[in-house]
Write a protein that binds this ligand. Structure first.
Ligand code: UT7
Length: 331
């Protein structure tokens, strides 16, 4: 097992106050039901941002809490890595807006695009920058305004997603510390990109009247195929992170998986031999907040005392790309 180079010094979340329940879809004229959504996904409600709440503003709320809990001032942050699939605009990055908003005067800032796995990827990149000696302190955020890219006329996708942000302050460890990131794993398979994607609206098929008319700039997903790959990939990711940390499922105190569907979470936990009593689930309250889901869940788990000093956590994600990844973290 490698020496943990980086540790989580503080966490926070930024959640829009507005709640949309499953029953609220009736008002949109969608043929769906609370029963269908709960049975197939476990989702009961999701938070939806107002026009004034942006990917940057939710990230800033999460970041300020994380910084205050870590005792870190904006000027001490060396890098801001913002994972998002819903940048506030296309150029420049939303991370630079966050840098300006926080007054993080000496920070490098960039967005990272790996869909729902983005925050795990971002944490791994930040750890690497610490390992190579480039940075000491990073702000790693997942922030998503999924409500801005889902098709509100497509019942097969719009019921699944929600908005929110989660942030951590990651710091370089002092020598001989046993807390921090014990292992990390990342993979991708771009041959499957079209199972979960936004076909248009980028450089290849820029926005046009035709794009607006056929609604091809919105998220499209082949649900069943995505489900199958999610279970398989998250299972592999559990194995790889556990192997990397020389641990077994029994050694894990808490599994914090990406929150897309409670059935995927249950299948992943079963595969990893971790009982559901050790799994953090909040998909019922948030829906799928893409790359924000793990840092939001982690922040809640810390706040409620389920994660504390000495806890060993397995974090595992899967998303569009497909991308997947995992890490074992000791607190
Ligand atoms: O975060 C990135 C990763 N994302 C995921 O991991 C999501 C993976 N996929 C899933 O979670 C599930 O596939 C879904 C929740 C999206 C769908 O559940 P499913 O059990 O796979 O249902 P399905 O897509 O096979 O659809 C079953 C039926 C279909 O009707 P027919 O063809 O059987 O008549 C759908 O048209 O359910 C219908 N349906 C709905 N009915 C009521 C689809 N969406 C809805 C809806 N309300 N919202």
């Amino acid at each position: 097992m490698k020496r943990p180079v980086a540790f989580i010094a503080g966490t926070g979340r930024g959640i829009p106050a507005r709640i949309m329940t499953n029953h609220d879809f009736a008002a949109l004229g969608l043929e769906t039901s609370h029963e269908w959504i709960v049975e197939r996904t476990g989702i009961v409600q999701r938070h939806i941002a107002t026009d004034a709440e942006t990917t940057c503003s939710m990230a800033a709320t999460a970041a300020r809490t994380a910084m205050s809990r870590a005792g870190v001032q904006p000027g001490e942050i060396d890098a801001i890595i913002l994972s998002t699939a819903t940048a506030d605009r296309l150029l420049p990055s939303t991370a630079v807006d966050l840098q300006a908003e926080l007054g993080a005067t000496r920070a490098a800032a960039f967005d990272l695009s790996a869909a729902c796995s983005g925050w795990i990827y971002a944490m791994t990149v930040a750890e690497g920058l610490m390992q190579s000696g480039v940075i000491e302190t990073a702000l790693v955020v997942g922030s998503e305004k999924m409500s801005s890219i889902v098709d509100w006329q497509d019942r097969s996708t719009c019921v699944l997603f929600g908005d929110g942000a989660g942030a951590v302050i990651l710091k370089r460890n002092e020598a001989h510390s046993t807390r921090g990131i014990l292992s990390a794993f990342m993979r991708s398979d771009g041959t499957l990109a079209e199972l979960l994607w936004r076909p248009s609206g980028g450089a290849k098929a820029p926005f046009s009247q035709a794009v607006l008319d056929d609604r091809s700039s919105y998220v499209r997903m082949a649900g069943r195929g995505t489900f199958r790959h999610a279970v398989r990939s998250m299972s592999e990711a559990c194995d790889r992170a556990l192997d990397g940390a020389r641990l077994r499922g029994d050694d894990i105190d808490i599994l914090i998986p990406h929150q897309a569907n409670v059935r995927i979470i249950e299948a992943t936990a079963k595969y990893a031999n971790i009982p559901m009593s050790k799994v953090y689930v909040n998909v019922d309250r948030y829906g799928n907040t893409s790359s924000a889901s793990i840092p939001i869940a982690l922040d809640e788990a810390i706040e409620s005392g389920r994660v504390k000093g000495g806890t060993t956590a397995l974090l595992v994600a899967f998303g569009a790309g497909f991308t997947w990844g995992s890490m074992v973290v000791r607190f």
